[in-house]
Ligand binder design. Sequence first.
Ligand SMILES: [Zn+2]
Ligand SMILES: [Zn+2]
Length: 640
Amino acid sequence: MKKLLMSLLPATLLAAPGPSPVDAWERTLKPLSVERMAHLDAAPRVALPERFSVRIGDQPFAEFAAAFARGDATAVARVRDTFRRAEKWVVMPDAELRALIAVFDARGRYSCACPIHPLQVRYYSEFRWSITDPWRLHCPRCVAEKREYSYYPNPRYPDTGEGCAPSDEVWRQDHDAAWSKRNHGIPWQQWDGQTHGYVSTERFFFKGKCLDNIYNSLGRSVLPVLGQAYQFSSNLFPPGSPENDRAATYAHKAKVLLLCMARAHLGDTYLRDLFGLTQAEYEACMRSFHGAEANQAWAYQFYPGHHLNQTKDLRPGDRGWKMTGITTIYRGTWNSKAGTARQWLDAFALIADSYTPEESRASIREMTQRMIVSSAGDAQKLSRAPDGPRRLKRGLLEYTLHPYNLKAAGDNLAPSTLHPTLNLGLMLDDQRIVENMAREVDFFMLNQFTGDGMGYEGSASYTPWGIAGVMNRLQGMGGDFDKDAPWYDPERKALNCWTMPSVVEMCAKREMYSFPDGSRIPWEDCTSGGKRRTQWLKSVLDAGGKLPAWIEPFVKTERDAAGKWHVAYVEPLTLPNWLLHENRKGILRPGKGTDQTVLHLDFGRVVGHYHPAPLSIGMYAKGHELATDLGYLGSTHYLT
Ligand SMILES: [Zn+2]
Ligand SMILES: [Zn+2]
């Protein structure tokens, strides 16, 4: 019982070395057996190398360096721009950088909302936020209404990091009956204890959401800028030059942020125990790393570690929390986690060779790396911890990227995982991973797609979401690949996904599911605004592929003197009636060209995000959609 109580206490109240609330919760779990521990240690992991194959964008560093050396304008501008952007982080004292990585959980992405505009300002229709004002979420509607406070948290809606529970008095003053009526009847006389965001929680996690935004911003722009500035300054400029002199500073700032991120996620007691240090030794480690620079203020800040999170912004102790397949100490859904894994991997790879011998001896690099991937032997070491046994915390990469398994076929958002895995393969110079991504594209097409050329979720607008980007990155890569595979082009001696039969089929068919004005038929979980395009057909032809004969009446193709293909739909375009046997939809198209009437019927079953709409009928006539799918009835998303 005592242990359980500990887990309910806010982490920040226990900001002292010793078992953290996260540790206390861990102790309530059944200890792992020796066999299970050995099994955890034996599980295959991607071992991170001492040095990575560094890339700038999608270019190997050596290629980029050669371009810079010959004065290539793009490369020169990129270097100058990177130094300029890095400057603002270099001048920031370490203490300010450390303060960005808070000790509380980074939750609130999905549940946080404006207390005044909960249905309008929430996940998908966000607060305004900037890394230069990191602890405030600005509500554009509160700004427009000129409210006393248009940002959160604020003195009326305070949050120390554990979430805001508005007082009934404040709630009554800020809301009224008319507001309640406009907002699905949410009570106005007192706060009902719910955020009413995209998902609802019992606290407004304003600061948790700020921290989530901070992590995103660091991963997306700050860390790559610092890491690239380090690479440029140390490799493109001679020793003794002013640029080269700054290399260690760029790397140091990135290392400060990455180490704090690792500590925030894994927790100080975890890292301490994993590396067999006493608390005093651990603090000395941190002091030697952080205090190394002259004039840097230093005070030890205890990181309890992030709780097990899940997408509903809940953690152990919260009502409704449960352990699921996506419950980890890392935030977000599988696809956004994969994006984060890519950010951390890229950031780490850029500065991995910058750790000094002293930093390596103090395990700074090893500790940082643990948030990306754990090491074989970790579980054993943790079993011998003084207050042990402790449980292994895996790195983010282990949960999200599986470079030697085929995973994409079951995932309609597969590219969100394929891109980071491809990065991994390129950084490790591992051709097996690179080839696996081409194999994944083929399996994705063969298993996620139907004979109708659409994904299992039958929305013509986003059915092949993002896959073109993966194929374009793989296109033309050479290596020791399977010469008989459909993704290998023996003439070009390179990967060529665009000519795979599975891809050509999809590219040709999906464009048929559109109206005379070119917009796509809004079936299932569609996104609005998508139009029929010829780009993918052109990609097939440019890659040396052939379009199926049946498409000839509908498209004109022409090859120019430079060998590039031009593809256009014939005009006027009269598309045929069509029965989608596997996605279970039918299209009747009486009339010709833009005067066609389109009557479509959905006789599918409910899959994926698909709202219940079987047997819904839609009609397009006289240049307008006259009857359409009703979408997610009752949804408060602004797009539905
Ligand atoms: Zn607002
Ligand atoms: Zn969906």
